[in-house]
Design a protein around this ligand. Structure first.
Ligand SMILES: Cc1cc2nc3c(=O)[nH]c(=O)nc-3n(C[C@H](O)[C@H](O)[C@H](O)COP(=O)(O)OP(=O)(O)OC[C@H]3O[C@@H](n4cnc5c(N)ncnc54)[C@H](O)[C@@H]3O)c2cc1C
Length: 410
């Protein structure tokens, strides 16, 4: 069978490699360098424990604080607010306790299988040197938020994660170079992170090409449905496939629109700053939970990553967000020099925070694999494996119906 994968972020790269594992002749399309968009600048954590969505019953009453506090990681561009409202309304509807539990359960199923999605790919792509096995640390500076967060620990452990709770002194013992401003933390034992996400994407692309896959640096402009086949029209060529899969992150909605499929995808804009002088200042990724910020010791320096900004795709980087990240870095570390780089990426998010994985209802030869919001770096591998199983008519390891786009049509 001849198949096409649209988009070569971590989700598309994983999908393309898994399709090859299931013996499909695969062409991968991206108009940019593979792994150069959202998958480039993330915090690099394999967050197996991340089954607690940003939707939360407390979101409603925390919203004014999140919007107006100088220490909040949420930013909304005023002019964009009217455009955001329909998605925000759906997001709030999915913030009821029953919905949040449902999301959490659906994420747990995928997160439990995280290793299953990456193990073979990492081994075959020889990229384990870009992984650092140091347990990820969450920290809280406020006792109220810390004790609230502890209520979710049992749920987080359903993913197979092990959590050790640390007090203020234990935090200082394992990370002596951070300021002593935290009241406690949670260590996710046995977790690990990518010390160079770009190199992981490059390794996965190389594996795909070495095994006979074709990468075309072209933008897919149109999809034409024909009897039993799909034709892709790109900036450079026209080619026909038996099946295609859309893995284009936030841009997936532009492509599904070509077949009349309206997808509630919104960009949760996230930023990073790089501090080369702070290389090796910490051993592991640290997340300051109240600030929604990660500090990750990447191979080329400390990366401060995080925040959620709603401003659409075309707005330029916000200096306010950059200042917030820089200020947060200075609150935690001493002798901080100017960041060498700032970066903006677009988390592809649907209102219930559950990725869309499965066959299109509009056309049985088209498949979807997008909407991985805050955990795409973690779930790329397993999402790719599951969609490749479905496309190859293999036995699928889990029931994919809870991840279907259909849920937004009820
Ligand atoms: C600041 C920040 C920190 C994060 N930290 C983490 C973390 O620690 N752990 C975690 O699990 N997740 C994290 N994430 C989330 C994660 O990075 C994303 O969920 C993930 O990268 C999404 O991958 P993707 O492949 O779906 O999208 P992308 O990486 O954006 O890839 C989509 C690709 O599709 C291509 N494309 C688009 N349109 C077309 C077209 N018409 N034709 C051809 N190609 C097309 C694009 O060029 C792009 O390369 C973070 C995100 C941000 C912003």
């Amino acid at each position: 069978m001849k198949v096409a994968v649209i988009g070569a972020g971590i989700v598309g790269l994983s999908t393309a490699n898994w399709l090859q594992n299931y013996n499909q002749e695969t062409v991968l399309y991206d108009m940019n360098e593979p792994g150069s968009q959202t998958s480039f600048g993330n915090a690099g954590t394999y967050a197996q424990y991340a089954n607690i969505p940003t939707n939360s019953p407390s979101f409603m009453y925390l919203f004014p604080y999140l919007l107006f506090s100088r220490n909040s990681p949420l930013f909304i561009k005023l002019k964009y607010f009217p455009k955001l409202l329909p998605w925000l309304y759906q997001f709030l509807k999915n913030s009821k306790r029953s919905k949040v539990n449902d999301t959490s359960d659906k994420l747990t199923v995928l997160l439990k299988m995280m290793e299953n999605g990456y193990q073979d790919l990492f081994r075959d792509a020889e990229c384990t040197k870009y992984l650092t096995k140091e347990s990820i640390l969450y920290l809280w500076s406020n006792k109220y938020f810390f004790s609230n967060a502890k209520k979710d620990f049992a749920k987080r452990m359903e993913t197979g994660s092990k959590i050790t709770i640390l007090d203020k002194n234990q935090v200082s013992e394992i990370e002596p170079n951070i300021k002593n401003i935290f009241c406690g933390g949670a260590l996710f034992e046995g977790s690990y992170f990518a010390n160079d996400p770009k190199k992981i994407s490059e390794s996965l692309l190389k594996l795909f090409i070495d095994r006979g896959g074709l990468f075309k640096k072209e933008e897919v402009l149109d999809i034409v449905s024909e009897t039993n086949q799909i034709t892709l029209k790109t900036t450079e060529s026209t080619e026909t496939f038996d099946k295609i899969v859309i893995c284009a992150g936030i841009w997936s909605k532009n492509i599904t629109a070509k077949i009349g499929e309206n997808v509630p995808l919104e960009a949760e804009r996230g930023y990073h700053l790089m501090y080369p002088e702070l290389s090796n200042i910490i051993k592991r990724p640290i997340s300051w939970q109240e600030r929604g910020v990660y500090f990750t010791p990447m191979s080329n320096g400390l990366r401060t990553a995080g925040t959620v900004e709603f401003a659409g795709l075309s707005a330029i980087k916000s200096q306010n967000v950059i200042n917030f990240l820089d200020k947060t870095t200075r609150s935690v570390f001493r002798d901080v020099k100017q960041p060498s780089e700032s970066w903006l990426g677009f988390r592809p998010s649907v209102p219930d925070s559950v990725p869309v994985i499965g066959q299109s209802e509009k056309n049985p030869y088209i498949y979807y694999c997008f909407g991985h919001q805050h955990v795409g770096w973690t779930l790329g591998g397993i999402s790719g494996k599951l969609i490749a199983q479905q496309m190859s008519a293999n036995k699928v390891d889990i029931d994919l119906s809870p991840y279907s786009l259909k849920r937004f049509k009820n």
